[in-house]
Design a protein around this ligand. Structure first.
Ligand SMILES: CC(C)(COP(=O)(O)OP(=O)(O)OC[C@H]1O[C@@H](n2cnc3c(N)ncnc32)[C@H](O)[C@@H]1OP(=O)(O)O)[C@@H](O)C(=O)NCCC(=O)NCCS
Length: 245
């Protein structure tokens, strides 16, 4: 058992995984950031072992900073993170940005995630996300294909603004990460999911999750080892992802 605060654990994960965002300048800033962002954090004996952040982008939600502690990888934890993330995005009025009364079965929210990590891609596909191929747009004279063109205009703009905000300080004080991410830009794939499409899947898998804590309005969710979903990824979709690389 390790008594490590979330901000310290996350800082270690961010330093070690340069595909992820830069760590905050210091622990106090990370605490402030974590207070503001919607997140799912998996704990084992009180210690963080998995983490996912849900960031709003003009009405859609991006799954960012998906990370599992190296000592706990390969046990299906990413499935649990994504499953809880989908459920939270769909059912938490604060995250979804709607009034509590509007949380009915008709509404839905667009979820998306960019990754070049094959394990995360497999997990997203297993959760019902679809791989989105790069598209061309007249606004770039059909010259630059990009998967971001699959997103609605405002979501796309919000995502571009987020990347500018994220990359500018990275270029100044975390150059290795910046150039690593730019060099591999073409390897990032976008996955999207319209939350109503996920409901049947998520609710079916929730039935096995006896001691699940309802994530509604909560920032931290505790799970136990027995709670991990055993849900195989769709082989066809994963192959499609590999071929698109
Ligand atoms: C990505 C990450 C979160 C996955 O977490 P994890 O808990 O180890 O993943 P899981 O054990 O849930 O495995 C997920 C699936 O990926 C599959 N998988 C693992 N490695 C794979 C690979 N190289 N190629 C294809 N599929 C792979 C697993 O078989 C599993 O599918 P299954 O459940 O159908 O068997 C973890 O590896 C991590 O933290 N990586 C560093 C941070 C990172 O790169 N995050 C992504 C940001 S873009």
């Amino acid at each position: 058992m390790r008594d490590e605060p979330l901000e310290d654990w996350l800082n270690r994960m961010l330093v070690d995984n340069i595909d992820l965002r830069s760590p905050s300048k210091d622990a106090a800033r990370e605490v402030k950031r974590l207070d503001k962002v919607a997140k799912i954090t998996l704990l084992e004996d009180g210690a963080p072992i998995g983490h996912l952040e849900l960031e709003r982008r003009a009405g859609a939600i991006e799954f960012c900073t998906v990370v599992v502690d190296p000592g706990h990888r390969g046990r299906g934890l990413s499935h649990e993170l994504v499953r809880q993330g989908v459920e939270r995005a769909d059912r938490d009025p604060i995250v979804a940005g709607v009034a509590l009364d509007d949380l009915d079965e008709q509404r839905g929210v667009l979820l998306f995630s960019f990754t070049r990590n094959a394990a995360l891609a497999a997990t997203l596909v297993a959760a019902g996300f679809k791989l989105r191929s790069p598209r061309r747009k007249w606004s770039t004279l059909w010259l630059i294909p990009s998967s971001i063109y699959n997103l609605p205009f405002l979501v796309r703009m919000a995502t571009v603004i987020d990347r500018i905000k994220r990359n500018t300080p990275m270029l100044l004080r975390d150059r290795k990460r910046f150039w690593h991410q730019k060099k591999n830009l073409g390897d990032y794939h976008m996955f999207t999911l319209w939350s109503p499409d996920a409901r049947a899947h998520v609710h079916a898998s929730s039935e096995d999750f006896a001691d699940r804590v309802d994530a509604l309005g909560m920032d931290m969710v505790r799970v136990t080892e027995d709670s991990f979903i055993q849900d195989p990824a769709g082989g066809e979709d994963v192959r499609a992802w590999d071929e698109a690389e």
